[in-house]
Design a protein around this ligand. Sequence first.
Ligand code: 2HG
Ligand code: ZN
Length: 482
Amino acid sequence: MSLAPPSAALLARLADRLGPAGFTQDPAALAPWLTDWRRRMTGAAAALVAPATLDEAAFVVAAAAEARVALVPQGGNSSMVGGATPPADGPGALLVSLRRMQRIRAVSPEDNAITAEAGVVLADLHEAAAAHGRRFPLSLAAKGNATVGGLISTNAGGTQVLRFGPMRALVLGLEGVFGNGLRLEQLTPLRKDNRGYDLKQLLIGAEGTLGLVTAATLRLVPAFRARAVAWIGLDDAGAALTLLRRLEDRLGEAVESFELIPEEGLALVLRHIPGTQAPLAGAHRWHVLIEAVGDAAVAPALEAALAAEAERGGLADAVLAQNERQAEALWRLRESLSEAEARDGLAAKHDIAVPVAAMPGFIETASAAVAARFAGARPIAFGHLGDGNVHFNVRAPRDADDRAWFAREAAAVSRFVHGLVLDAGGTLSAEHGIGRFKRDDFAALGEPDRLAGLRAVKQLFDPAGILNPGALLPLAEPAPAP
Ligand code: 2HG
Ligand code: ZN
């Protein structure tokens, strides 16, 4: 059934219910939220609606479902895949901002849990947990923008997945409303609940296609007393994986982050991010940033482990941060990589995973295959090696007009890379989601039964098809094969 443009009557109902703080059609107020984070698309919306409570969110969903009007939910607008930007064409949509829901509702150190509304920004969540001697163990470069609702809706990962898992593993309870009007009011810190299907998991990673997330109860862990941060130089990515496993043997769960950076990635950061410095004296094909946490013993333990590895020939060079300032500087090199890459020019972006053991080999063979198939294209693989997830981005050939190259080649490059990933038993989205940018590759390369399963769930929980149409799944059923 097709969607309709928002009528004047619907807009008046929403304006009346949400009030001036929760409803605007002012183009200047809408503008900042209509261009995606990567500045790849600018959309259109008839209004920006911002519910402040679950009741208001449920009202918006019910009114839109009745009128068959598209809703595009948005948090901090930091989607890497155009997941929170309404399309410029089509019947018209309402942009649903959850940013007004900004309260930390409760912190319970005894439960190791925090209840936060969808619009709470990740950096503020970190602070609220720290004020109670706890921490929320998920972090990423966009922490100043990304919100709880968006992190949940995309099942965000980041740099601590290795130990604590992605968002899916950290949500204890959820509040929200599905497209069919069903409310989820399960803000509980329970660790165990075996009452059948886990409905909250349907909203996690749904990319706003099944309903709105309004609040969540999230898992906290004890604050650490000390952290040790090291930067390592290596000759090949395989040695990085060996190093990770050996460090885990010696330090166990203390190893929380293990991030891979290629030499050319570090060079981009040093070139484009002011105030950065090379951490090691020499050049190395690969670099790794390691963080281990614990008490005062953690730094000597990491140092001893690295010394043993150096002795064994398992690494080329290493430096251990001597204080928090140095630790921050090392992290800045890693966290600025995405920004440095963007400042350097356009890239076809992929957040892929293959089984961890296969990743070093995949990086080598896929890089060679891409360079051979797309003359001069420059793959750059970085990120969460310990999770088997790297950002296998492909930059334009040196000296090429990157905009023209991107417009001409990016779709073919992505289809090619995604094909290689699936052949290697991997996934074309390990972190950022499918959104609008990867939707067609997902539909073309995805297993038919997986897609049919997603469609069946969508049909059940969003029967009017109003929630984030065109994200994750294509709008229309694919034509039957001839
Ligand atoms: C990261 O790991 C982010 O830095 C962004 O997920 C990755 O820009 C990218 O491709
Ligand atoms: Zn990442």
